[in-house]
Design a protein around this ligand. Structure first.
Ligand code: ATP
Length: 453
């Protein structure tokens, strides 16, 4: 299914990301490196808020999930057993005319004949597998015995630590192990900004269960994950659940859903929710010779648990959040004339900066002192930003552009100069409605905390 694309909107988003410090090209001063990105001061906050919220919902708010943090490099035997060394590859085709190396599934086909999507040539090689893992060497010698790979997914360290975690956490089935961490894939064709990168982060849960619970839990986790996206400001009608067909699914999986989002460059996968049966644990048990069985104390049965895996991409979700938040509307300038306002409508929960604090005038000592007092008051609770430069309208605009949901302004009323009853109150402005309310400074932290929770 195709969705309308909007290249112009995407260009504006990429340019805003750079201009305001969300995302930069990696090693930019040396011309960059394809498929690699750096997160700037605002991007890192957004990413951290997303990861923290995922961790909160998937680990802290549940009794049946614990976390772990595995190493990126692992014994090569892990990748042999998991099947990645032999099969983690994309079939690739080379075009003999324009020399492009392309994914076999991205060829165009006209009247049953495959053509190069770049130059239209029909002079193509047979498809050949291209392994997506980055190979490296551990230790001083670069020979066969020291080879390993940068992990292409975080899941495998969960499987190989299953027994240790089970023993220390004393959990009973069904229970899960969650992990957030870097993964690396030597993608042939990185594209669409950060969407397909060569280094990225995953948020993965391996939820272990009995075989008979697998299909029900697949449905359960699909629903939980859809709710998650809604709770960070990605509306349900922009999300789509694709049932992965028998042909496309991994051979060991008996059910997989892709959760897709309508990006400006088309409908694309955000997360996969897969029922992986007992494949992974069985493979590692076989290859390592160590038991990865679960002992059910009630029934006295021993068996290898099955697993349902919701696997989300941090970077893809950050990109979806930015795409969803990006909007242009109209707002009055200093003189009341309407102008275009660029605003990132982030859900307050994930916005990089929660509240900006402004003294109305920077040369009025008492206003500045009060604003700094408020900053100190809020800082232990949330990420705040102090700005005293330029007209107040401009300062609001700068915060709108980076998605700060609230702005508190210290004015002469705060000092009680006009009306004693307004002493120690500020105006609190809402980014989306642009409405202002008068709030007592002593209530500010509680009000904001409730709104960003
Ligand atoms: P795709 O079909 O887009 O290559 P995939 O099905 O191979 O993705 P999985 O192996 O299911 O992806 O990985 C789980 C999640 O990890 C994906 O849903 C995505 O969010 C993220 N992810 C995978 N590859 C990349 C990548 N190259 N760049 C950014 N995120 C990625």
């Amino acid at each position: 299914m195709t969705t309308p694309t909007d290249a112009q909107r995407m260009e504006k988003i990429v340019s805003l990301c750079k201009r305001r410090g969300f995302i930069f090209q990696s090693s930019e001063i040396y011309g960059g490196l394809n498929g690699l990105w750096d997160y700037g001061p605002l991007g890192v906050e957004l990413k951290r808020n997303l990861k923290n919220y995922w961790w909160r919902v998937m680990v802290h708010e549940r009794d049946d999930v614990v976390g772990m943090d595995g190493s990126i490099l692992m014994n090569r035997a892990v990748w042999k057993a998991s099947g990645h060394e032999d099969t983690f590859s994309d079939p690739m085709v080379d075009c003999r005319v324009c020399k492009a190396r392309l994914r076999a599934d991205q060829m165009i086909e006209k009247k049953g004949v495959r053509q190069c999507p770049n130059c239209g040539s029909k002079d193509l090689t047979e498809s050949r597998p291209f392994n997506l893992m980055f190979k490296t060497y551990v230790g001083a010698t670069e020979d066969e015995s020291s080879i390993t790979y940068l992990r292409p997914e975080t899941a495998q360290s969960i499987f190989v630590q299953f027994k240790n975690v089970l023993e220390v956490s004393r959990k009973k089935l069904p229970f899960g192990i969650a992990q957030i961490g870097k993964a690396f894939r030597n993608e042939i064709n990185p594209r669409n900004f950060t969407f397909r990168s060569r280094e990225f982060e995953q948020m993965e849960l391996e939820y272990f269960c009995r075989a008979e619970e697998g299909m029900r839990l697949l449905e359960y986790w699909k629903e939980q994950r859809l709710k998650f996206y809604e709770n960070i400001g990605i509306p349900r009608d922009t999300l789509h659940v694709k049932t992965v067909s028998d042909e496309e699914r991994a051979f060991y999986s008996t059910g997989t859903y892709d959760i897709e989002y309508d990006f400006p460059f088309g409908r694309q996968e955000l997360e996969g929710v897969a029922y992986r049966t007992d494949y992974d644990l069985s493979q590692h048990q076989k290859a390592s010779g160590k038991s990865l069985e679960y002992f059910d104390e009630e029934t006295k049965q021993r068996f290898i648990p099955h697993v349902v895996e919701p696997s989300a991409g941090v970077d893809r979700t950050v990109l979806a959040l930015i795409c969803e938040a990006y909007s242009e509307d109209e707002a009055p300038d200093e003189k009341g004339k309407m102008e275009t306002r660029l605003v990132l409508r982030f859900h307050p929960r994930i916005a990089p900066i929660k509240c900006a604090v402004f003294p109305l005038l920077k040369n009025k000592e008492q206003l500045v002192a009060k604003a700094k007092e408020i900053i100190d008051l809020l800082r232990p609770h949330m990420n705040v930003f102090y700005d005293e430069s330029g007209a107040i309208g401009r300062r609001y605009r700068r915060q709108d552009e980076i998605g700060t949901p609230f702005g508190a302004t210290v004015d002469f009323e705060t000092l009680g100069e006009k009306d004693a009853s307004l002493r120690d109150t500020v105006t609190l402005r809402d980014r989306d409605s642009m409405k202002q309310e008068r709030v007592a400074i002593q209530d500010l932290a509680a009000i904001l905390r409730a709104r960003i929770a």
